[in-house]
Design a protein around this ligand. Structure first.
Ligand code: G3H
Ligand code: ZN
Length: 303
């Protein structure tokens, strides 16, 4: 089916207390594995492309891969710009056909973050495309607990920020950290509840590879409706590749190995969709109904 925007999908997720998985992709095998997982899980899915992925694959190539995967799928697929730190990059992605954008203004002073986010939102909304913004900063792994604490989202700014930017979803810094290779981060649920109490738009959790799955499930109860996953998928991809190469050092056809990586990505995404409660939320007609299944059974299967 054609690409869809993230707006209604994330609103349904917040209302239905589930989260839509937003999975980073850099190549064909990752795109295919992610979308195949969504089809098998009957789940909506966000394929997100970072600025680094655009530099690696090229904007047109990355866009074409995701558009093709979506056209072959019978579940809703979104093409999202992840961490667009540049106004022009957002406009270029809008022009390319992205159905969801992000302006990540964490590095700018508060008022400048508002001004640029509002400018991106104004242009995107003319085209019917929603925009994710970031308030506070989700840092990169290797930082201290004090740095994480100091970078967290200020709930007292959230209502003002959302009202003045017009953003459609909000990335919040509540303790997660990007690119952690094991689930050790704990989330500040008190802070999350305070943010969710003053803004009713879907909230976004970044850095989920470092977050315990129990915490993900709890955060979904308090307004998290989009959960970003990148490092965990890269780990699955590379672990499968290394195992396949070690098992057959003589083979020369990359498909023999990349098939294993694609399958590993698919299984990882399927598992996350079940934890997020998005599995089974796509009806036969392709629309999303509020999740009703209970996740506790899935948590019991966490390895
Ligand atoms: O925007 C992308 C995500 O925040 C990735 O976080 O690599 O820790 O899963 P992660
Ligand atoms: Zn992120």
């Amino acid at each position: 089916m054609p690409l869809v925007t993230s707006k209604e999908m994330l609103q349904a997720a917040r209302a239905g207390k589930f989260a839509v998985g937003a999975f980073n992709a850099n190549n064909m095998e990752q795109v295919q594995g992610i979308v195949d997982a969504a089809v098998e899980e009957r789940a909506p899915v966000i394929l997100q492309v970072s600025q680094g992925a655009i530099r690696y694959a090229g904007l047109d190539f990355a866009t074409a891969m995701v558009k093709t995967a979506a056209a072959l799928a019978d579940v809703p697929v979104v093409l999202h710009l992840d961490h667009g730190t540049d106004f022009d990059q957002n406009v270029l992605c809008l022009r390319a056909g992205f159905t969801s954008l992000m302006f990540d203004g964490h590095a700018k002073p508060y008022e400048e973050n508002i001004a640029t986010t509002a400018a991106v939102a104004r242009i995107a909304h003319i085209c019917g495309i929603p925009v994710e913004a970031e308030l506070g900063q989700v840092l990169q792994s290797g930082v201290s607990a004090e740095e994480v604490q100091n970078a967290m989202t200020n709930p007292d700014q959230a209502a003002d920020f959302v009202a003045r930017t017009g953003c459609d979803s909000l990335a919040v810094a509540i303790g997660s950290v990007h690119a952690m290779t094991s689930a050790q981060a704990s989330l500040d649920m008190t802070r999350l509840k305070a943010i969710a109490a003053v803004v009713d738009i879907p909230l976004v959790l970044h850095g989920s590879s470092g977050v315990k799955e129990e915490s993900e499930v709890e955060a979904i109860q308090y307004g998290i409706a989009k959960i970003n996953v990148a490092t965990m998928l890269n780990q699955a991809f590379m672990d499968a590749l290394r195992q396949a190469v070690a098992a057959d050092t003589k083979a020369s056809d990359p498909r023999k190995f990349l098939t294993k990586s694609r399958d590993a990505v698919k299984e990882t995404v399927r598992h996350k969709m079940r934890i997020f409660g998005s599995s089974g939320t796509v009806t036969a007609s392709g629309f999303i109904s509020p999740a009703t299944q209970h996740r506790s059974a899935d948590l019991g299967h966490i390895e």
